[in-house]
Design a protein around this ligand. Structure first.
Ligand code: DX5
Ligand code: ZN
Length: 240
């Protein structure tokens, strides 16, 4: 299946529910060679995770819509856009226009979550919500019909290279159970501190989208690192 974003037509990896997806985070890449860094990974990756930070919700500042648009033109992978911003409402249309396939907003700053999620879907993107490690999953219980993806942060957002917070493993299991009980086809993404050592456990706990920054781009060969991670998560999924 293919999907048309505002900038291009590309394979809709997100819709292939039987596949666990590897999404490298460009935050850890050589940003002066962004498109080359992604393209070197070839088909070892499924989507590209783009961490948008506003210097307010998190103490860091990253990519505006022009960067996402430029990247979108140079890759055939879908762009998974994680909005770590205080005012996502004003930005949704710009990032959709730039070529985002998913738009993920943070529960901690949403006053009217359904409204925002419905806007994302109306823009032709998959709608995701992200929870910081300390945010209870019960806060999204009534949003499940409006969601295509739940992103569980396994570090406090803002930077690459932090360590996975161990108690999030239990949260992944509980969230997977909540999704399965709901019957809605919601993907479960885990972001932060993923390594070759814990990736399989994260998939066994119930994740089907894995974000990895330093575990890919911080390695001597990002392509080999992505291939190893991909193998580990697919093997774990196949054995479930
Ligand atoms: C953290 C970001 C993550 C980060 C992951 O705020 O949301 O996507 O880039 O980096 P690693 O995998 O190095 O923890
Ligand atoms: Zn992220």
């Amino acid at each position: 299946m293919s999907i048309k974003t505002k900038t291009t037509v590309r394979e809709d990896a997100f819709a292939n529910r039987s596949r666990v997806l590897l999404c490298p985070s460009i935050l850890s890449s050589d940003l002066a060679n962004l498109a080359e860094e992604i393209n070197l990974l070839g088909d070892s990756i499924d989507m590209v995770h783009c961490d948008v930070m506003d210097g307010h919700f998190v103490p860091n500042l990253t990519f505006g819509p022009p960067v996402i648009k430029a990247l979108s033109k140079r890759t055939d992978k879908q762009l998974d856009v994680h909005l770590m911003v205080t005012n996502p409402g004003k930005l949704l249309a710009s990032y959709a226009e730039a070529g985002a396939s998913t738009l993920v907003v943070h529960q901690e700053i949403l006053y009217h979550a359904q409204r925002t999620l419905n806007e994302i879907r109306a823009l032709g993107c998959y709608a995701g919500i992200s929870l910081n490690p300390a945010t209870p999953i019960e806060t999204i219980q009534w949003l499940l019909p409006d969601l295509d993806m739940i992103l569980l942060m396994s570090v406090n957002p803002g930077f690459s290279g932090q360590s996975f917070i161990p108690q999030v493993m239990e949260k992944i299991k509980k969230t997977r159970a909540m999704i399965d009980a709901s019957g809605f086809p919601i993907r479960l993404q885990v972001d932060g501190g993923v390594t070759l050592d814990n990736a399989a456990d994260i998939v066994r706990a119930g994740a089907d989208m894995i974000v990895a920054g330093s575990a890919v781009f911080g390695q001597e060969s990002p392509k080999e690192a992505a291939e190893s991670l991909g193998r580990a998560i697919r093997l774990a999924k196949a054995k479930l």
